[in-house]
Write a protein that binds this ligand. Structure first.
Ligand code: NAG
Ligand code: NAG
Ligand code: NAG
Ligand code: NAG
Ligand code: NAG
Ligand code: NAG
Length: 233
């Protein structure tokens, strides 16, 4: 009876003991771990899916990353069920991240005529968690999804390039504009086209930014900045 009670108590306490160990690990001097070629340390953190151990401080949920297939860290989208951002590099000194919007990458990979049952495509800025901002060093690419009538007018605009393979849009009626300066208000009102729905995404400026190279520009990614929340929050 007595022995049984001890086993019971031990079994009951085991999860607690494990939890304490995990908490001690988290309180340690942050952590520095590699995911692919990227070093993850404060304020970023992730949980190793195999060992269940947290690396870093789970105090900041916005900074939780997933290490995908041990090959690259993923910053999740703040919009549920939307593709997040693959992280190519982190500069802790400049608080910047070089990332690729995986949702926009998907746009390029899918069958061109696969656009009948599609969900709306989000602007990149709308998928960012609170601490993250698009760095003003980027330029913007605007993809316009036009109605058939508006497309006729858009075709006459010299600086617009007709889209190639792109998911969810009829490429005959879709156009790309490059080299748009970053607009902190996010409205890009100077670039509105009647009856054309705009999708705005940042790209890194490279030499003369040319809309014809929009696929390469999207694949090269862009820079995000982050701000830390005030302590105690
Ligand atoms: C996981 O990584 C390995 C080696 O880097 C690669 O061969 C494999 O294709 C990757 N799997 C997925 C699902 O990305
Ligand atoms: C990552 O960023 C660091 C610091 O900014 C830089 O020295 C390094 O070359 C970058 N690596 C890659 C793969 O971009
Ligand atoms: C693109 O425009 C067409 C026609 O205006 C519309 O049916 C379609 O849903 C739009 N696609 C996206 C992804 O917004
Ligand atoms: C795409 O748009 C073109 C031009 O407006 C039209 O002729 C074609 O039928 C459209 N394709 C589909 C699959 O709706
Ligand atoms: C994307 O941003 C543009 C410019 O601010 C805006 O007009 C458009 O409605 C946005 N699209 C979505 C799906 O929110
Ligand atoms: C953009 O690139 C295309 C194809 O590479 C080229 O034909 C065109 O002249 C370039 N436009 C500018 C403004 O450089």
């Amino acid at each position: 009876m007595h022995v049984r009670f001890q086993i019971l108590v031990w079994a009951w306490c085991l999860p607690l003991m494990l939890a304490v160990t995990a908490a001690e690990e988290q309180q340690g001097e942050g952590c520095s771990a590699k995911c692919g070629a990227v070093t993850i340390s404060n304020p970023f953190w992730f949980t190793d899916l195999e060992t269940g151990r947290s690396c870093g401080s789970p105090r900041l949920p916005d900074f939780q990353l997933t290490c995908l297939n041990n090959s690259y860290p993923l910053l999740p989208s703040s919009v549920p069920y939307k593709h997040g951002f693959a992280i190519l590099n982190i500069s802790y000194g400049e608080r910047s991240l070089h990332v690729i919007d995986l949702g926009k990458l998907q746009l390029l990979h899918d069958e061109p005529n696969n656009f009948n049952s599609c969900l709306p495509i989000w602007n990149t800025s709308a998928k960012l968690g609170r601490p993250f901002k698009i760095s003003p060093v980027n330029q913007e690419l605007i993809l316009y999804n036009c109605t058939e009538k508006a497309a006729a007018a858009a075709r006459r605009e010299k600086e617009l390039v007709q889209a190639k393979a792109m998911r969810c849009v009829n490429t005959s009626n879709a156009f790309v504009r490059a080299g748009v300066p970053y607009d902190p208000t996010g409205s890009y009102s100077g670039y509105a086209l009647e009856d054309c729905a705009p999708i705005v995404l940042p790209v890194l400026p490279s030499g003369e930014t040319n809309a014809s190279h929009y696929e390469r520009l999207i694949q090269s990614g862009f820079l995000l900045k982050w701000e830390l929340p005030p302590p105690g929050k």
